[in-house]
Design a protein. Sequence first.
Length: 345
Amino acid sequence: MKLLVTGGAGFIGSAVVRQAIAQGHHVVNLDALTYAACLENVASVADDPAYVFEHADIRDRAALDRIFATHKPDAVMHLAAESHVDRSIDGPGDFIETNITGTYHLLEAARAYWTAQDRPQRFRFHHISTDEVFGSLGETGQFTEETPYDPRSPYSASKAASDHLVCAWHETYGLPIVMTNCSNNYGPYHFPEKLIPVVILNALAGKDIPVYGQGLNVRDWLYVEDHADALLTVLQKGALGRSYNIGGENEVKNVDIVRMICAILDTKIPKKTQYADQIRFVTDRPGHDLRYAIDPTRIATELGWRPSVTLEEGLKKTVQWYLDNEDWWRALQDREGVGKRIGKG
């Protein structure tokens, strides 16, 4: 297939690009190269004849029309989004513009292209979203595809809106869509403002390791390369108009995952004191959801997909990747907001 991947220079998008190329697909990577994007993420495939990069913004309808007309993709995988909750608290406008308005322009460009091509049955618009649109769970229960939406942050509200737009374009115009909602991703190339890379890099630098509140918030962690595999599976096998929740089957409290990373570093780069001694509990961010948990039954039973990387294995691989790729993360240290507490409200 020829895939148009939006946000393909970002964390999850670049994993999709690399894996799609490895599977023999042709990829057009459309990215605006905002602060969290990095072309080094796709350097391993940049010279592949099956790869093309388009520097464009999903809010630019003229650019989208040109890209569709030029490359004639068989499918769209829409990953471009503002995604950091803390940033959405301090500056929600960018999230509205990119996640809602940008998705609208992409849907309209895709619909115009699909209509001009006589509505080919093979075409797919795959919208990639988050479990955060479902809100916050208590100590029990899991999110299913039928869980009512209950977003609690500007980020999750903007993603919920984009999900609804995609579903509406399917119901109203017949645009052939599939949709996925994933749990927290981690792994190589994770931009160093998110929890796991912050823990690794602060620990190595001898800095405080900040943990919100008492670290009791629970997340389901999904290794990014597993996620990329799941996304390509849904694109090719998922039923039209259907959504699929993708989870890692790894529910852990934030403070526990921080301690797991510290223990790995104690083994790999031992020092006189333990890395966990650097943990500092900080004021919680506003509207911090207590718990997310994914019920992955649908994707497992209908498409035969389950995660292959355990949390312990994935964390070891992730820590080692950051130890081996200092040039990559050093180059990002001066970007806006990296290493600083944001989202204070």
